[in-house]
Design a protein around this ligand. Structure first.
Ligand code: PQS
Length: 401
Protein backbone atom coordinates (compact mmCIF):
# COMPACT_ATOMS: atom_id res chain seq x y z
CA UNK A 1 0.00 0.00 0.00
CA UNK A 2 2.73 2.44 0.96
CA UNK A 3 6.03 3.18 -0.71
CA UNK A 4 8.94 5.49 -0.09
CA UNK A 5 11.31 6.23 -2.94
CA UNK A 6 14.80 7.70 -3.04
CA UNK A 7 13.85 10.23 -5.64
CA UNK A 8 10.92 12.00 -4.02
CA UNK A 9 9.11 12.53 -0.76
CA UNK A 10 7.63 9.59 1.12
CA UNK A 11 4.20 8.81 -0.26
CA UNK A 12 1.16 7.12 1.27
CA UNK A 13 -1.85 5.87 -0.62
CA UNK A 14 -3.92 5.58 2.54
CA UNK A 15 -7.09 7.67 2.81
CA UNK A 16 -7.39 9.03 6.37
CA UNK A 17 -10.97 10.10 5.60
CA UNK A 18 -12.30 6.68 4.59
CA UNK A 19 -14.68 5.09 7.09
CA UNK A 20 -12.30 2.27 8.13
CA UNK A 21 -9.42 4.62 9.01
CA UNK A 22 -11.70 7.13 10.75
CA UNK A 23 -12.89 4.27 12.94
CA UNK A 24 -9.44 2.72 13.53
CA UNK A 25 -6.63 5.18 12.74
CA UNK A 26 -3.77 4.06 14.97
CA UNK A 27 -1.99 1.67 12.57
CA UNK A 28 -2.14 4.38 9.90
CA UNK A 29 -0.73 6.91 12.39
CA UNK A 30 2.27 4.64 13.06
CA UNK A 31 2.82 4.14 9.36
CA UNK A 32 2.71 7.88 8.63
CA UNK A 33 5.08 8.64 11.53
CA UNK A 34 7.54 6.00 10.34
CA UNK A 35 7.55 7.22 6.74
CA UNK A 36 9.16 10.53 7.72
CA UNK A 37 8.54 14.06 9.01
CA UNK A 38 6.36 14.91 6.01
CA UNK A 39 4.42 12.47 3.85
CA UNK A 40 2.56 13.02 0.60
CA UNK A 41 -1.05 11.78 0.70
CA UNK A 42 -1.29 10.66 -2.90
CA UNK A 43 -5.06 10.41 -3.05
CA UNK A 44 -5.57 14.07 -2.20
CA UNK A 45 -2.36 15.80 -3.22
CA UNK A 46 -1.80 17.19 0.27
CA UNK A 47 1.00 16.81 2.85
CA UNK A 48 0.69 15.17 6.25
CA UNK A 49 2.67 15.37 9.48
CA UNK A 50 2.24 12.80 12.24
CA UNK A 51 5.39 13.03 14.42
CA UNK A 52 5.08 15.10 17.56
CA UNK A 53 8.16 17.24 16.97
CA UNK A 54 7.01 18.24 13.48
CA UNK A 55 3.33 18.78 14.33
CA UNK A 56 4.41 20.90 17.28
CA UNK A 57 6.82 22.96 15.19
CA UNK A 58 4.24 23.49 12.46
CA UNK A 59 1.58 24.66 14.93
CA UNK A 60 4.09 27.11 16.38
CA UNK A 61 4.97 28.66 13.00
CA UNK A 62 1.84 30.52 11.86
CA UNK A 63 3.86 32.68 9.48
CA UNK A 64 4.81 29.67 7.37
CA UNK A 65 1.65 27.62 8.00
CA UNK A 66 -1.32 29.95 7.90
CA UNK A 67 -4.93 29.42 8.96
CA UNK A 68 -6.56 32.16 6.89
CA UNK A 69 -6.78 29.83 3.87
CA UNK A 70 -8.94 27.47 5.96
CA UNK A 71 -8.13 24.53 8.24
CA UNK A 72 -9.97 21.98 6.11
CA UNK A 73 -9.40 20.70 2.58
CA UNK A 74 -10.47 23.82 0.78
CA UNK A 75 -8.05 26.69 0.11
CA UNK A 76 -9.96 29.92 0.72
CA UNK A 77 -7.49 31.76 -1.52
CA UNK A 78 -8.82 29.83 -4.50
CA UNK A 79 -12.16 28.32 -3.38
CA UNK A 80 -15.27 29.78 -1.76
CA UNK A 81 -15.65 28.74 1.91
CA UNK A 82 -18.89 26.97 2.88
CA UNK A 83 -19.67 29.70 5.43
CA UNK A 84 -18.24 33.15 6.21
CA UNK A 85 -14.84 32.20 7.68
CA UNK A 86 -14.37 32.15 11.44
CA UNK A 87 -12.65 35.34 12.59
CA UNK A 88 -10.45 33.38 14.97
CA UNK A 89 -9.96 29.78 13.74
CA UNK A 90 -9.61 30.73 10.10
CA UNK A 91 -7.61 33.93 10.60
CA UNK A 92 -3.98 35.04 10.98
CA UNK A 93 -2.49 38.01 12.81
CA UNK A 94 -3.23 40.87 12.95
CA UNK A 95 -6.98 40.02 12.72
CA UNK A 96 -6.50 36.90 14.83
CA UNK A 97 -4.65 38.83 17.54
CA UNK A 98 -7.58 41.20 17.99
CA UNK A 99 -10.36 38.58 17.98
CA UNK A 100 -8.37 36.15 20.10
CA UNK A 101 -7.93 38.84 22.77
CA UNK A 102 -11.71 39.11 23.05
CA UNK A 103 -12.38 35.38 23.41
CA UNK A 104 -9.34 34.98 25.70
CA UNK A 105 -10.89 37.46 28.06
CA UNK A 106 -14.39 35.96 27.84
CA UNK A 107 -13.07 32.41 28.40
CA UNK A 108 -10.30 33.16 30.91
CA UNK A 109 -10.12 31.10 34.08
CA UNK A 110 -11.10 34.13 36.15
CA UNK A 111 -14.22 34.66 34.01
CA UNK A 112 -15.11 30.98 34.37
CA UNK A 113 -14.62 30.84 38.13
CA UNK A 114 -18.17 32.01 38.80
CA UNK A 115 -19.56 29.06 36.80
CA UNK A 116 -17.94 26.31 38.79
CA UNK A 117 -20.60 26.19 41.47
CA UNK A 118 -23.47 25.84 38.97
CA UNK A 119 -21.50 23.12 37.16
CA UNK A 120 -20.86 21.24 40.43
CA UNK A 121 -24.49 21.31 41.51
CA UNK A 122 -25.64 19.94 38.17
CA UNK A 123 -22.91 17.30 37.98
CA UNK A 124 -23.78 15.98 41.43
CA UNK A 125 -27.49 15.76 40.53
CA UNK A 126 -26.69 14.05 37.23
CA UNK A 127 -24.55 11.41 38.95
CA UNK A 128 -27.35 10.57 41.42
CA UNK A 129 -29.75 10.06 38.51
CA UNK A 130 -27.22 7.76 36.82
CA UNK A 131 -26.77 5.67 39.95
CA UNK A 132 -30.52 5.25 40.38
CA UNK A 133 -30.63 3.69 36.92
CA UNK A 134 -27.50 1.54 37.21
CA UNK A 135 -27.38 0.71 33.52
CA UNK A 136 -26.78 3.80 31.38
CA UNK A 137 -25.34 4.95 28.09
CA UNK A 138 -22.25 6.89 29.14
CA UNK A 139 -22.24 8.82 25.84
CA UNK A 140 -25.90 9.79 25.84
CA UNK A 141 -26.46 10.16 29.58
CA UNK A 142 -23.09 11.67 30.64
CA UNK A 143 -20.85 12.88 27.85
CA UNK A 144 -23.70 14.46 25.88
CA UNK A 145 -26.02 15.29 28.72
CA UNK A 146 -23.61 17.24 30.91
CA UNK A 147 -22.19 19.75 28.38
CA UNK A 148 -25.71 20.20 26.98
CA UNK A 149 -26.91 21.03 30.47
CA UNK A 150 -24.20 23.57 31.28
CA UNK A 151 -22.73 25.01 28.07
CA UNK A 152 -25.79 26.61 26.40
CA UNK A 153 -26.73 28.17 29.74
CA UNK A 154 -23.17 29.43 30.20
CA UNK A 155 -23.36 31.10 26.76
CA UNK A 156 -26.78 32.56 27.56
CA UNK A 157 -28.57 30.79 24.72
CA UNK A 158 -32.36 30.72 24.46
CA UNK A 159 -34.01 27.43 25.55
CA UNK A 160 -35.86 26.90 22.27
CA UNK A 161 -34.02 25.20 19.43
CA UNK A 162 -31.02 23.87 21.33
CA UNK A 163 -31.43 20.59 19.44
CA UNK A 164 -29.90 22.48 16.51
CA UNK A 165 -26.52 22.75 18.26
CA UNK A 166 -25.47 19.13 17.73
CA UNK A 167 -26.17 19.01 13.97
CA UNK A 168 -24.41 22.37 13.57
CA UNK A 169 -21.32 21.16 15.42
CA UNK A 170 -21.36 17.97 13.42
CA UNK A 171 -21.48 20.02 10.22
CA UNK A 172 -18.62 22.30 11.29
CA UNK A 173 -16.34 19.36 11.97
CA UNK A 174 -17.33 17.31 8.92
CA UNK A 175 -16.75 20.36 6.74
CA UNK A 176 -13.00 19.93 7.30
CA UNK A 177 -13.05 16.70 5.26
CA UNK A 178 -12.89 16.04 1.51
CA UNK A 179 -15.69 17.96 -0.27
CA UNK A 180 -16.79 15.00 -2.41
CA UNK A 181 -17.17 12.72 0.61
CA UNK A 182 -20.52 11.63 2.03
CA UNK A 183 -19.79 13.20 5.45
CA UNK A 184 -19.09 16.61 3.91
CA UNK A 185 -22.23 16.40 1.79
CA UNK A 186 -24.45 15.56 4.75
CA UNK A 187 -22.76 18.38 6.72
CA UNK A 188 -23.81 20.87 4.07
CA UNK A 189 -27.41 19.64 4.36
CA UNK A 190 -27.32 20.01 8.16
CA UNK A 191 -25.75 23.45 7.88
CA UNK A 192 -28.42 24.64 5.45
CA UNK A 193 -31.12 23.40 7.82
CA UNK A 194 -29.80 24.76 11.14
CA UNK A 195 -27.42 27.55 10.03
CA UNK A 196 -30.06 30.32 10.04
CA UNK A 197 -31.12 29.43 13.60
CA UNK A 198 -27.47 29.51 14.73
CA UNK A 199 -26.87 32.93 13.17
CA UNK A 200 -30.03 34.34 14.76
CA UNK A 201 -28.78 33.24 18.21
CA UNK A 202 -25.52 35.14 17.72
CA UNK A 203 -27.24 38.54 17.77
CA UNK A 204 -26.87 40.65 20.88
CA UNK A 205 -30.62 40.77 21.61
CA UNK A 206 -30.87 36.95 21.53
CA UNK A 207 -28.28 36.41 24.29
CA UNK A 208 -29.13 36.35 28.00
CA UNK A 209 -27.42 38.99 30.15
CA UNK A 210 -24.49 37.72 32.18
CA UNK A 211 -23.59 34.91 29.76
CA UNK A 212 -20.44 34.37 27.69
CA UNK A 213 -22.25 35.54 24.55
CA UNK A 214 -23.28 38.84 26.11
CA UNK A 215 -19.73 39.21 27.40
CA UNK A 216 -18.37 39.06 23.83
CA UNK A 217 -20.54 42.09 23.06
CA UNK A 218 -18.95 44.16 25.85
CA UNK A 219 -15.93 44.29 23.54
CA UNK A 220 -18.14 46.11 21.02
CA UNK A 221 -18.85 48.77 23.65
CA UNK A 222 -15.12 49.18 24.30
CA UNK A 223 -14.42 49.52 20.56
CA UNK A 224 -12.23 46.41 20.15
CA UNK A 225 -14.56 44.80 17.61
CA UNK A 226 -17.73 45.75 15.75
CA UNK A 227 -21.15 44.12 16.19
CA UNK A 228 -20.81 41.92 13.08
CA UNK A 229 -17.49 40.62 14.37
CA UNK A 230 -19.05 39.96 17.78
CA UNK A 231 -21.79 37.88 16.14
CA UNK A 232 -19.19 35.76 14.35
CA UNK A 233 -17.24 35.27 17.58
CA UNK A 234 -20.39 34.08 19.33
CA UNK A 235 -20.80 31.72 16.37
CA UNK A 236 -17.33 30.39 17.18
CA UNK A 237 -18.50 29.56 20.70
CA UNK A 238 -21.48 27.67 19.29
CA UNK A 239 -19.37 25.94 16.61
CA UNK A 240 -16.52 24.73 18.74
CA UNK A 241 -17.89 24.59 22.27
CA UNK A 242 -20.13 21.57 22.39
CA UNK A 243 -19.14 18.59 20.22
CA UNK A 244 -15.51 18.91 21.28
CA UNK A 245 -16.27 18.67 24.99
CA UNK A 246 -18.85 15.93 24.39
CA UNK A 247 -16.27 13.78 22.60
CA UNK A 248 -13.47 14.73 24.99
CA UNK A 249 -15.50 13.69 28.02
CA UNK A 250 -16.86 10.63 26.21
CA UNK A 251 -13.37 9.51 25.25
CA UNK A 252 -12.25 9.90 28.85
CA UNK A 253 -15.13 7.69 30.02
CA UNK A 254 -14.29 5.18 27.27
CA UNK A 255 -10.69 5.06 28.56
CA UNK A 256 -11.89 4.36 32.10
CA UNK A 257 -14.38 1.71 31.02
CA UNK A 258 -11.50 -0.09 29.31
CA UNK A 259 -8.97 0.50 32.11
CA UNK A 260 -10.72 -0.35 35.38
CA UNK A 261 -7.53 -0.06 37.44
CA UNK A 262 -7.25 3.59 36.34
CA UNK A 263 -10.86 4.17 37.43
CA UNK A 264 -10.05 2.61 40.81
CA UNK A 265 -7.16 5.07 41.10
CA UNK A 266 -9.41 8.03 40.30
CA UNK A 267 -12.14 6.76 42.62
CA UNK A 268 -9.58 6.56 45.43
CA UNK A 269 -8.31 10.04 44.63
CA UNK A 270 -10.85 12.25 42.82
CA UNK A 271 -8.37 15.14 42.90
CA UNK A 272 -6.69 13.39 39.94
CA UNK A 273 -9.68 14.26 37.73
CA UNK A 274 -8.08 17.21 35.98
CA UNK A 275 -4.87 15.32 35.21
CA UNK A 276 -6.88 12.28 34.17
CA UNK A 277 -8.78 14.31 31.59
CA UNK A 278 -5.50 15.58 30.15
CA UNK A 279 -4.16 12.04 29.78
CA UNK A 280 -7.43 10.95 28.15
CA UNK A 281 -7.04 13.82 25.68
CA UNK A 282 -3.58 12.56 24.82
CA UNK A 283 -4.61 8.90 24.62
CA UNK A 284 -7.86 9.38 22.66
CA UNK A 285 -7.56 12.84 21.14
CA UNK A 286 -11.03 14.13 20.23
CA UNK A 287 -9.76 16.34 17.41
CA UNK A 288 -8.23 14.08 14.77
CA UNK A 289 -6.40 16.51 12.54
CA UNK A 290 -6.34 20.04 11.17
CA UNK A 291 -4.90 21.57 8.02
CA UNK A 292 -2.67 24.56 7.61
CA UNK A 293 -1.66 26.17 4.29
CA UNK A 294 1.93 27.04 3.39
CA UNK A 295 2.60 30.72 2.77
CA UNK A 296 6.00 30.12 1.13
CA UNK A 297 8.29 27.34 -0.02
CA UNK A 298 9.42 25.43 3.06
CA UNK A 299 11.72 22.44 3.59
CA UNK A 300 11.13 19.94 6.40
CA UNK A 301 13.61 17.09 6.59
CA UNK A 302 14.33 16.17 2.97
CA UNK A 303 11.01 17.39 1.66
CA UNK A 304 10.40 20.76 0.05
CA UNK A 305 6.80 21.95 -0.06
CA UNK A 306 5.66 24.75 -2.32
CA UNK A 307 3.61 27.80 -1.35
CA UNK A 308 -0.21 27.49 -1.09
CA UNK A 309 -0.02 23.79 -0.28
CA UNK A 310 -2.22 22.08 2.29
CA UNK A 311 -0.56 20.32 5.24
CA UNK A 312 -2.52 18.04 7.55
CA UNK A 313 -1.40 17.81 11.19
CA UNK A 314 -2.44 14.59 12.93
CA UNK A 315 -2.94 15.50 16.60
CA UNK A 316 -3.83 11.97 17.67
CA UNK A 317 -0.73 10.56 15.97
CA UNK A 318 1.55 13.14 17.59
CA UNK A 319 0.02 12.34 20.96
CA UNK A 320 1.02 8.68 20.63
CA UNK A 321 4.42 9.21 19.02
CA UNK A 322 6.93 6.87 20.73
CA UNK A 323 9.65 9.41 19.82
CA UNK A 324 7.94 11.73 22.34
CA UNK A 325 6.20 9.52 24.91
CA UNK A 326 7.22 6.49 26.93
CA UNK A 327 4.77 3.65 26.30
CA UNK A 328 2.42 5.93 24.35
CA UNK A 329 -0.24 3.23 24.05
CA UNK A 330 -0.59 2.94 27.83
CA UNK A 331 -3.38 4.97 29.48
CA UNK A 332 -1.85 6.28 32.72
CA UNK A 333 -3.57 9.15 34.54
CA UNK A 334 -0.45 9.86 36.62
CA UNK A 335 1.64 10.57 33.52
CA UNK A 336 3.07 14.03 32.71
CA UNK A 337 1.30 15.15 29.55
CA UNK A 338 2.37 18.74 29.03
CA UNK A 339 3.08 19.38 25.34
CA UNK A 340 0.32 17.03 24.25
CA UNK A 341 -1.30 18.66 21.23
CA UNK A 342 -4.94 17.65 21.79
CA UNK A 343 -5.80 21.36 22.19
CA UNK A 344 -3.34 22.35 19.46
CA UNK A 345 -0.32 24.58 20.14
CA UNK A 346 0.92 28.06 19.35
CA UNK A 347 -1.31 31.07 18.73
CA UNK A 348 -4.35 28.91 17.88
CA UNK A 349 -4.15 26.76 21.03
CA UNK A 350 -7.78 26.11 22.00
CA UNK A 351 -9.12 29.34 23.48
CA UNK A 352 -11.90 27.36 25.18
CA UNK A 353 -9.54 24.91 26.86
CA UNK A 354 -10.20 26.30 30.35
CA UNK A 355 -13.94 25.81 29.90
CA UNK A 356 -13.49 22.30 28.49
CA UNK A 357 -11.22 21.37 31.40
CA UNK A 358 -13.65 22.84 33.90
CA UNK A 359 -16.58 20.82 32.51
CA UNK A 360 -14.57 17.62 32.42
CA UNK A 361 -12.98 18.12 35.82
CA UNK A 362 -16.28 18.86 37.52
CA UNK A 363 -18.07 15.90 35.93
CA UNK A 364 -15.23 13.40 36.46
CA UNK A 365 -14.81 14.55 40.07
CA UNK A 366 -18.52 14.09 40.79
CA UNK A 367 -18.45 10.65 39.18
CA UNK A 368 -15.24 9.60 40.93
CA UNK A 369 -16.68 10.49 44.33
CA UNK A 370 -19.84 8.43 43.95
CA UNK A 371 -19.19 5.72 41.37
CA UNK A 372 -17.14 2.74 42.49
CA UNK A 373 -17.20 0.82 39.23
CA UNK A 374 -18.03 1.67 35.62
CA UNK A 375 -18.09 -1.41 33.43
CA UNK A 376 -18.93 -2.26 29.82
CA UNK A 377 -22.52 -3.43 29.23
CA UNK A 378 -22.64 -3.61 25.44
CA UNK A 379 -20.77 -2.71 22.27
CA UNK A 380 -19.71 0.94 22.00
CA UNK A 381 -20.67 2.68 18.74
CA UNK A 382 -18.09 4.93 17.09
CA UNK A 383 -18.81 8.37 15.70
CA UNK A 384 -18.09 8.76 11.98
CA UNK A 385 -16.76 12.31 11.59
CA UNK A 386 -14.01 13.90 9.50
CA UNK A 387 -12.41 15.85 12.36
CA UNK A 388 -13.71 14.38 15.62
CA UNK A 389 -12.80 11.05 17.17
CA UNK A 390 -15.34 9.72 19.62
CA UNK A 391 -18.45 7.65 20.19
CA UNK A 392 -22.20 7.92 19.86
CA UNK A 393 -22.99 5.12 22.32
CA UNK A 394 -21.17 3.56 25.31
CA UNK A 395 -23.44 1.21 27.31
CA UNK A 396 -22.17 0.71 30.87
CA UNK A 397 -23.26 -0.30 34.33
CA UNK A 398 -22.34 1.86 37.30
CA UNK A 399 -22.27 0.92 40.97
CA UNK A 400 -22.18 3.29 43.95
CA UNK A 401 -19.44 3.30 46.50
C1 PQS B 1 -14.38 27.33 15.23
C2 PQS B 1 -13.31 27.25 16.08
C3 PQS B 1 -12.75 26.03 16.40
C4 PQS B 1 -14.93 28.67 14.87
C5 PQS B 1 -12.08 21.41 15.54
C6 PQS B 1 -12.66 22.63 15.21
C7 PQS B 1 -12.67 23.62 16.16
C8 PQS B 1 -11.56 22.27 17.63
C9 PQS B 1 -11.53 21.25 16.74
C10 PQS B 1 -13.28 24.89 15.85
C11 PQS B 1 -14.36 24.96 15.01
C12 PQS B 1 -14.91 26.19 14.69
N1 PQS B 1 -12.11 23.43 17.34
O1 PQS B 1 -14.30 29.65 15.22
O2 PQS B 1 -15.97 28.72 14.22
Amino acid sequence: MTTATHTGPPVSHLDPFCDELILEPYAMHAELRDLGPVVRLEKYGVWAMARHVDVYAMLNDWETYCSSAGVGFGNFHTEKPWRPPSLILEADPPLHTRTRAVLSRVLSSSALRRMREMFETRAAALVERLLERGRIDAMVDCANAFPLEVFPDAVGLTKNGRENLAPYGNAVFNADGPPDGALFQSAMKDAARVGPWILAQCRRDALAPGGLGADVYTSVDSGEIDADEAALLVRSLLSAGLDTTVQGIGNALYCFVNHPAQWALLHANPALARAAFEEALRYESPVTAFFRTTTREVTVGDVTMGPEEKVLAFFGAANRDPRMWNDPDVFDITRKVSKNVAFGAGIHFCVGAMLARLEAEVLLTAMARRIKTIEPAGEPVRLLNNALRGLTSLPVTVTAS
